[in-house]
Design a protein around this ligand. Structure first.
Ligand SMILES: [Zn+2]
Ligand SMILES: [Zn+2]
Ligand SMILES: [Zn+2]
Length: 285
């Protein structure tokens, strides 16, 4: 049974949803990976996914549209939510929150749709190998642009085998997000304390929730070295990038120092050389 409310009433109901100040939660991703369902309080919103390799203008338009849907007003054109039809209870899904973006607003569906269609068509014309190559390139760029304090890239070639085994093991014990299931050829992100694979979008949301103190790790895991598994606070930040895998975690100072030594004859001990800690931040993020 569905009751269609008057506009004023539905606006009030939706204003209630927005005023709860609840964070949007990703509920599910469509099989195609093209659409997402988000819940805010008791209301459900369907929004287009932001493709990991979207051109900047398309990505921007999708972000503006998404923010407008989640907040009820558009930061670019100033349009506010104006639902004509809205389900009777907060549990009835909203298929579209119709925000009447102005004609020149990038978030207007008529402006987004052709770009999005073209993007998915172009991608469909690529082979999986081409898609993976592009994902690896983007992941390399992501690692290179990660702030210095948050990464100590591994230089020791003998760590490559460890990293490859680590990734293999996580492929069997750590679930991927719906976006990765729908489209494997993108960056696979993991925070080792969290033990799940996330696309760039989901990973950004996760990192934000860590910053807000919502995502908690066990004290033990937080201070356990990802390589030797010793409990050894404080850990040093670790970044592993292999192909299209991007993993952040922590290593004890022994492993971290070793990871910085280029594999060369032992007698030239590089002990102490550049052995300084980078920050005291030991969290695995
Ligand atoms: Zn707008
Ligand atoms: Zn995802
Ligand atoms: Zn260690």
């Amino acid at each position: 049974m569905e009751v269609i409310m008057g506009e004023a009433e539905s606006k009030a109901a939706l204003a209630g949803v927005y005023s709860q100040g609840k964070e949007p939660q990703l509920v599910s991703v469509s099989d195609s990976g093209h659409d997402e369902a988000w819940a805010i309080g008791g209301a459900l919103f369907i929004v287009p996914a932001i493709p990991p390799d979207a051109p900047p203008l398309l990505e921007y338009a999708l972000r503006v549209r998404r923010e407008a849907t989640f907040t009820g007003s558009c930061s670019v054109c100033g349009a506010t939510v104006a639902l004509l039809t809205f389900g009777s209870s907060v549990n009835v899904p909203l298929n579209h929150s119709s925000i009447p973006h102005r004609n020149n607003c990038p978030a207007l569906d008529e402006n987004i749709a052709p770009q999005l269609t073209r993007h998915y068509q172009e991608r469909a014309e690529q082979t999986l190998e081409e898609q993976l190559k592009s994902a690896t390139r983007q992941t390399r760029l992501k690692a290179a642009s990660t702030p210095q304090g948050e990464r100590i890239p591994i230089k020791n070639a003998s760590f490559e085998k460890w990293a490859a085994d680590f990734i293999d093991a996580r492929m069997t014990d750590s679930p991927p997000c719906g976006h990765l299931k729908a489209n494997v050829a993108q960056t696979w992100n993991m925070s080792t304390g969290d033990k799940s694979w996330k696309c760039n979008e989901c990973f950004a949301y996760y990192q934000e929730s860590v910053r807000r103190g919502e995502a908690q790790l066990s004290y033990r895991e937080e201070h356990t070295c990802d390589r030797c598994r010793k409990f050894a606070p404080p850990l040093e930040p670790m970044l592993v990038r292999v192909d299209n895998f991007y993993i952040v975690g922590g290593m004890c100072s022994v492993c971290s120092t070793e990871s910085q030594q280029a594999a060369r004859p032992r007698q030239k001990s590089s002990r102490g050389k550049k052995g300084k800690r980078r920050g005291t931040n030991s969290r695995k993020r």
